[in-house]
Design a protein around this ligand. Structure first.
Ligand code: CIR
Length: 262
């Protein structure tokens, strides 16, 4: 598998800070425990590194309780990177914190200037296009700005809809191979993946839909055995990572890294 949608030489992560207790969440299902989150985060970084990729590990940012969810701050493509403009006001400042690292890694660094908003969690890059889900965090003006940059770089971008009440588009889907998507039934039913091969997460395991294909591994949250076994039957090598604490902040496997080639 050498397509840039699944194959990466580098990733950027950020260690969680004590301020995670103030992180955004749709529903209060308990206070996240920092030690447990740090241990899971270390396992996640180790899994990325085990594929041979270099991982740039950024220090905690106590001023930004959601800063470990680095994916939302940027989109990395083979041609360059785009700094996002998060729709959550408390997260806007995370972008400037990410900028120097991305500037050092990418020759062409663009940005969503606004007034629109886009968060990286709403963007799925497949083997043939960039899908961007409109959501409470990503609006039409933000998508239009991103589409212009994507077009400059020769990509086609398609606007889709994140399901009502779901935080991000990728909360409900992931790329497994350039033309193969894992999705919840509620998202796939919208028809947005017509033409792709679609595998469904097991019923009751909807939270398994946010995973990453990273080189030879599928890195998924622990605790979803039927979906994991289905993926193994399909021939994927699955690594399970504890996600109990990030889940309390609506975070999952994709949010914890920015992944790119170069
Ligand atoms: C937030 O609400 O922004 C964070 N608590 C969770 C962000 C998760 N990011 C992602 O799915 N890409």
């Amino acid at each position: 598998m050498t397509h840039p949608s699944c194959t990466f030489t580098r990733a950027i992560t950020r260690r969680p800070a004590p301020s995670i207790v103030d992180g955004l969440r749709a529903e209060d299902i308990g206070t996240p425990d920092l030690d447990r989150m740090l241990a899971d985060h270390a396992d996640y970084v180790a899994a990325l590194k085990s594929t041979g990729a270099e991982v740039i590990e950024l220090p905690p940012l106590d001023a930004f309780p959601d800063a470990q969810f680095v994916e939302d701050t940027a989109l990395c493509l083979p041609q360059g990177a785009v700094l996002m403009r998060p729709g959550a006001p408390s997260r806007l400042g995370e972008v400037a914190e990410m900028e120097p690292t991305l500037a050092a890694c990418h020759g062409d660094l663009r940005r969503i200037e606004g007034p629109g908003f886009v968060e990286g969690g709403d963007i799925l890059v497949t083997g043939r296009e960039i899908l961007v889900g409109r959501s409470a965090r990503t609006d039409a003006a933000g998508v239009a700005e991103l589409a212009a940059i994507a077009s400059d770089w020769g990509h086609s971008l398609r606007e889709v809809q994140t399901p009502e009440g779901v935080l991000h588009f990728k909360t409900d889907c992931s790329l497994l191979e350039p033309e193969t998507i894992l999705a919840t039934r509620r998202l796939a039913a919208s028809g947005c993946f017509d033409g792709y091969k679609v595998l469904h997460v097991a019923e009751g395991e909807e939270a398994a839909a946010n995973l990453i294909r990273f080189n030879d591994l599928v890195i998924m949250p622990a605790g979803f055995p039927r979906t994991a076994e289905m993926l193994e039957r399909e021939g994927f090598t699955v690594t399970r990572i504890g996600n109990s604490e990030c889940a309390k902040l609506d975070g999952g496997m994709s949010c914890l890294s920015l992944r790119f080639w170069g």
